[in-house]
Write a protein that binds this ligand. Structure first.
Ligand code: AMP
Length: 225
């Protein structure tokens, strides 16, 4: 059993989910004038929804959960609080997944109060119902057991974070040296997925660059933190 319940998502699945999401929006008779993508996770689904629903106006709003050095900030917030006039417009607010729901709640409240659209509905491919503080108006999958969706657009970032976690946790137990093969094997054990050599190599390069590890011949050695 992997330590972290993780699902490797393929591009074709994204397209399929977004078609179904578009169908749901259409079936309800909702005709948005503008799509708003929550950055960064909502970008790709929002762009596909524009295509599938024939919507030409796309705006993005970035919501931050995390501050510098991966410190969680007390409150999720709008990173660039710009204002546009959406009076009279119908908005579809899109994210990839609703987990805690904080991002979509912050974005929705900000848009309603500052951009003043006539109507706003929310959409996401996945909705983690047991933990989410909000149910989106449109979703494709209700997720009843928490899973990390490893979407294709965060593959390098997630692989780096996952490697970092493995290296740091193992260092606490005294393991300070890794070969490439050992690290990849441990990644598969922990997460139960395989992202492929290109991503493993990118992640290793990032860990070397940020100074967590250094290279000694064929081995990667954890540096003193
Ligand atoms: P939320 O907790 O609903 O505010 O989620 C914030 C953002 O973090 C989402 O839009 C995703 O991009 C990312 N995220 C949160 N939970 C997950 C998850 N279980 N799988 C993949 N991405 C996630």
């Amino acid at each position: 059993m992997p330590k972290v319940n993780t699902k490797l998502v393929l591009w074709d699945e994204i397209v399929g989910w977004c078609w179904r999401l578009a169908d749901k929006v259409r079936m309800e008779g909702f005709k948005p004038d503008v799509v708003v993508a929550i950055a960064r996770g909502g970008y790709v689904p929002a762009r596909l929804l524009c295509d599938f629903l024939d919507i030409h106006d796309l705006i993005s709003l970035q919501i931050l959960h995390w501050g510098k050095a991966a410190e969680i900030t007390a409150v999720a917030h709008v990173k660039y609080p710009f204002v546009v006039d959406l009076s009279g417009k119908k908005v579809l607010l899109v994210d990839d997944i609703i987990d805690t729901g904080d991002s979509v709640i912050i974005a929705r409240d900000y848009i309603l109060s500052k951009w003043k659209p006539a109507e706003l509905k929310t959409a996401a491919m996945q909705w983690i119902s047991p933990v989410a503080k909000i149910k989106p108006d449109f979703y494709v999958e209700e997720v009843k057991e928490w899973v990390w969706y490893q979407y294709p657009w965060t593959r390098a970032e997630d692989t780096t974070n996952f490697f970092e976690k493995i290296v740091k946790e193992s260092a606490k137990e005294g393991k300070l040296e890794w070969t490439y093969e050992e690290l990849v094997k441990e990644f598969r054990n922990w997460y139960g997925i395989d992202v492929g050599e290109t991503y493993y190599r990118i992640a290793l390069t990032r860990l070397l660059e940020n100074g967590l590890i250094e290279r000694r011949g064929e081995r990667y050695v954890v540096r003193r933190q």
